[in-house]
Ligand binder design. Structure first.
Ligand code: ARG
Length: 585
């Protein structure tokens, strides 16, 4: 529509022999007056030496349209109103369109998305919520807009935590079977790892000998030495089962379940590329790549005031081999880009979703890949660094005892709270329904926030049935379902005539356009706002209209078609947000 309006205005300028360039048209800031507006006459008034208002009048007088009403308004706006017939035509078109009026991008991108990133041997906690939620949603958005996406869970399964865990388990006597051939094969459970890993992690900071040994163990695993490698594989398999179950509950889906270890066989070759190209140098036994550019500095200990500069734009070198020859996080990430380019034939874009504390890491990895030609120049490498989840007190979200909250406990809490809520509304919810509502509430709360900002995890607010929340929108869909189920009548053609219907149509247009805004910003907050606006306009319409008891058959059938359209648009938007739309609630 915006394009149609732009074209009509442009043609009018052509008729007036005025060179106008690109015309700006936006949704109206005063929806009571009009649907769209253009401010183009202000900029052009100088060029033609005419007051903006007079110019706007000339333009409006030169436009002939059956679909829109144009009006010149002082001091120089062009206001545009969509005629009811045009609105009706669009509504019917959308209803019959598989994508409900969302236009796909002309250029189809091939994209790899890296989200999830759960670490093997460590239990998932609340900090692991955002990556699968945001990543899944951005993936669905890209697909809706016609792009081809491969999603990878990229498990953290090749790092120091593995060495630490195995060393600790061994010291605590759980691994005698493997190391001394005594006793029976132990069962390694998450309960066990939940004790071993934190214990080892705390110890490594105060016990240098222990840390050194854990480094060695990590290297043994990476060299596939026995029994380390067998134990590693057992821990990995056990962890992955739990991770899969939790991601499933969160509604995060992956095309491939690779991990850091998937590129283990090529990391040495990749490091060689840097050595051969003269990009790597030795530093304290490790291999590093200088990635700083003009004006950036490798931070060194400050020795004099003159070195102040060094602290202004620090860009430390990327470490690609550890002092003992082991791979690090950067090594596997660089090798993974190499692998992805091989396997997926140089995708147009690779997008990563982690919290913003990893920004420097990704910047270094991306620069390394460009320097070494591992990533073609045209390939876009992006990191979406999101903010931190805070408790209601504004501090990082913790249990009452001050420990991190387990992801499993968050899910259980969501189920419990949404069950209570549903019960108080007179329903007897199944676990599945409670999960759909609870997860929906949390996702909507998380995605409503601009992606890079910190946000407050406030379950009670997220679960409100009558605020800007996930359950509110789910409830509107369920309401429409219930009307449609009661009716059993064939739906008719949509005829738009009243103010409430026009408002809904406008909200649908805005919602559809918010998909593009989200795509640009890689943040879903504007979609969250638009889907809420549509749900509340529907609520107004519902309060003001009798649908099932409307005596005029044509009108009644039009209403039924219209609310079907609303339901489909809401459902599609929730789907993109990764939120289920339960039939009833
Ligand atoms: N495992 C990492 C972490 O817990 C996240 C992985 C993100 N993806 C990547 N390719 N580095 O922080």
């Amino acid at each position: 529509m915006k394009q149609e309006i732009k074209l009509l205005i442009k043609n009018a300028f052509d008729k007036l022999n005025i060179e106008c360039g690109e015309i700006d048209v936006s949704f109206s800031k005063l929806p009571e007056l009009c649907d769209y507006q253009s401010n183009c006459c202000f900029a052009l008034s100088k060029q033609v030496a005419k007051a903006p208002f007079l110019l706007a009048q000339d333009v409006v007088n030169s436009i002939q349209s059956d679909d829109y009403e144009f009006l010149a308004v002082a001091p120089g706006y062009i206001n545009v109103k969509i005629k009811d017939e045009k609105f009706s035509k669009i509504a019917n078109q959308f209803l019959n369109d598989k994508l409900l009026g969302v236009k796909q991008h002309d250029k189809k991108l091939r994209v790899v998305m890296d989200y999830g990133g759960a670490n093997v041997a460590k239990e998932l906690h609340v900090g692991h919520l955002c990556s699968p939620i945001i990543g899944e949603s951005v993936k669905r958005l890209y697909k809706l807009l016609g792009h081809e996406v491969v999603s990878d869970a990229h498990l953290g399964d090749w790092g120091l935590q593995m060495g630490l865990t195995i060393l600790q388990l061994k010291e605590d006597g759980y691994l005698d079977y493997y190391f001394n051939g005594t006793g029976t094969e132990p069962e390694i459970t998450f309960e066990l790892l939940n004790v071993s890993y934190p214990k080892a992690s705390a110890r490594k900071s105060v016990d240098a000998e222990f840390k050194k040994q854990a480094d060695d163990y990590t290297k043994y695993i990476q060299d596939k030495l026995e029994p380390y490698y067998t134990i590693y594989k057992k821990i990995r398999a056990m962890s992955v089962k739990t991770i899969e179950r939790l991601y499933k509950e969160l509604g995060a889906t992956f095309d491939v379940w690779y991990g850091e270890s998937s590129c283990a066989d090529i990391t040495n070759d990749i490091v060689d590329i840097f050595v051969k190209k003269g990009l790597a140098r030795e530093s304290e036994g490790a291999l590093v790549v200088d990635v700083a550019r003009e004006g950036e500095h490798i931070p060194l200990p400050k020795q004099s005031e003159d070195e102040e500069q060094r602290y202004k734009n620090p860009m430390p070198p990327a470490v690609i081999k550890k002092y003992n020859g082991a791979d690090l996080y950067a090594t596997t990430d660089i090798a993974t880009i190499y692998m992805r380019n091989q396997e997926f034939n140089n995708p147009d874009e690779i997008v990563y979703f982690t919290d913003n504390r990893q920004s420097l890491h990704f910047e270094q990895v991306f620069r390394c890949c460009k320097l070494a030609g591992i990533s073609p120049e045209s390939q876009k490498l992006s990191h979406i660094g999101f903010g931190t989840m805070k408790g209601k007190d504004g501090k990082p979200f913790k249990t009452r005892e001050g420990t991190t909250v387990k992801l499993e406990d968050v899910i259980n809490l969501l189920i419990e709270k949404s069950s209570e809520k549903l019960k108080s509304n007179g329903l007897e919810p199944t676990r599945e329904l409670a999960l759909q509502i609870g997860i929906g509430a949390m996702k909507y709360g998380a995605l409503s926030n601009f992606v890079t900002k910190d946000y407050v995890f406030d379950l009670d607010r997220f679960l409100c049935f009558d605020g800007k929340t996930g359950p509110y929108i789910q409830y509107m869909i369920a309401r429409i379902n219930s009307i449609l189920n009661k009716s059993q009548e064939e739906i008719g053609d949509i005829i738009i005539e009243g103010k409430d219907e026009r408002q809904i149509l406008m909200d649908i247009l805005k919602l559809n356009s918010s998909y593009y805004q989200c795509f640009e910003e890689k943040s879903m907050n504007s979609l969250c706002t638009s889907v809420f606006d549509l749900a509340s306009s529907f609520s107004t319409f519902y309060n003001n209209h009798k649908i099932l008891t409307e005596p005029d058959e044509q009108k009644r059938k039009s209403y039924l078609a219209f609310i079907t359209l609303v339901k489909n648009v809401l459902t599609q938007a929730l789907y993109v947000l990764g939120i289920e739309s339960p039939e009833k609630m």
